[in-house]
Design a protein around this ligand. Structure first.
Ligand SMILES: NC(=O)c1ccc[n+]([C@@H]2O[C@H](COP(=O)([O-])OP(=O)(O)OC[C@H]3O[C@@H](n4cnc5c(N)ncnc54)[C@H](O)[C@@H]3O)[C@@H](O)[C@H]2O)c1
Ligand SMILES: O=P(O)(O)OC[C@H](O)CO
Length: 332
């Protein structure tokens, strides 16, 4: 996203804050970030810094892409350099603990006086930086924040659509990681194209069911942040969550997959938080429960698959034909 903004002649300065001084030097001198974007030359005017003050103090728009686990602490450190009315947008697709915290809520409490938004959509970072034609969603209650984000990022290779359902957009971005892991598993098991279509479509049904019960608008899931991001992350090995699933499907342990990934796959933690919350609220989420059993209860992938395929059959689109009660297994 920083490279998209830096390429925009209407944006005065783009400053990217990074902890690691060596990466900062690499971006400022060689104009590359080989670990994350090995094939991309970064814009010459993209400036990196290890100083939060330099990145935040004079910014009109601050975009935060920190893994959810560390999102609050970085925002709290940055808050002393913010000013009232400054636009802060989360790019992070996860849920933080303790409790069940979303990034827009963390921004609002960690950065007092800021105006918040969420950017989410089918946006594999390598493709965004390579200027592959791409679209995203900016969600905010502030029309001004939405417009500033569209002006900052909109260009020949990148389109920014708007939505006011902040909760729905950020929930979609977090939930799709669960189903990307499952899709990666299905790919490793060579389950076939029919299975892929069933999986993506039933994932969407499950995500929308959860979202509606949590108070989001399920129609948001028909847009880029819902269907769009679900399709890309469930189809591409460029997704870390998909790769985690692929390795699980090859019977690697979660511990070794996560340690060899070297980057964050938010879906592993999100699966636990969402499955636990869904059980508390009595929301039926068979795919998320199945993945939870594989990740956290040592249940085999084959056993989960058999149990999913033997469940009672229910409504296709539950917003048209209501579901007929709990989908209990039809056979043991
Ligand atoms: N990579 C993508 O394609 C992509 C696309 C859209 C959204 N996201 C979201 O962006 C978020 C970040 O993912 P990412 O892909 O940028 O890479 P990542 O998950 O590897 O982490 C991003 C950066 O955060 C840094 N970091 C980790 N802990 C930190 C801390 N305590 N303080 C400061 N920096 C810290 C890491 O060093 C890394 O440089 C995730 O929530 C992800 O869902 C990623
Ligand atoms: O690499 P992932 O699995 O975190 O997915 C990246 C983006 O969220 C795709 O939109």
């Amino acid at each position: 996203m920083a490279s998209i903004a830096a390429n925009n002649p209407q944006v005065l300065d783009t400053v990217q804050w990074i902890r690691d001084g060596d990466v900062v030097d690499e971006i400022n001198t060689a104009h590359t970030n080989l670990k994350y974007l090995p094939d991309t030359a970064l814009p010459l005017n993209l400036k990196a810094t290890t100083s939060l003050e330099e990145a935040v103090r004079n910014a009109e728009l601050v975009m935060v892409a920190i893994p959810s686990e560390h999102f609050r602490s970085v925002c709290e450190d940055a808050a002393e350099f913010s000013h009232s009315g400054q636009f802060w947008v989360s790019l992070t697709k996860g849920i933080a603990q303790p409790g069940f915290q979303f990034m827009s809520a963390i921004l609002a409490s960690a950065v007092p006086g800021c105006v918040t938004g969420v950017l989410s959509g089918p946006n594999l970072a390598r493709e965004v930086a390579a200027q592959v034609p791409t679209a995203t969603v900016i969600a905010s209650e502030s029309a001004e924040l939405r417009a500033v984000t569209q002006l900052t990022l909109g260009c020949d290779s990148f389109r920014v659509y708007e939505n006011s359902d902040v909760f729905g957009v950020e929930l979609a971005g977090a939930l799709k990681n669960i189903y990307a892991i499952i899709a990666g598993m299905a790919a490793a098991m060579n389950l076939g194209e029919n299975s892929k279509a069933m999986l993506i479509t039933r994932s969407l049904a499950e995500m929308s069911r959860f979202a509606e019960r949590m108070g989001a608008n399920p129609m948001t899931f028909l847009g880029l942040a819902g269907v769009g991001d679900l399709v890309v992350t469930c189809s591409s090995p460029l997704s870390r969550n998909y790769r985690v699933g692929y390795s699980l499907g090859q019977h690697e342990s979660v511990e070794s997959i996560v340690s060899s990934l070297g980057q964050v796959a938010e879906g592993v933690n999100t699966t636990r938080l969402v499955a636990e919350r869904a059980r508390e609220l009595g929301i039926d989420m068979p795919l998320a429960f199945g993945l939870y059993a594989i990740l956290y209860q040592q249940v085999s992938v084959d056993k989960v698959l058999r149990s999913l395929m033997s469940r009672g059959q229910n409504s296709d689109v539950e917003f048209i034909l209501p579901r007929s009660g709990p989908e209990a297994p039809s056979s043991s």
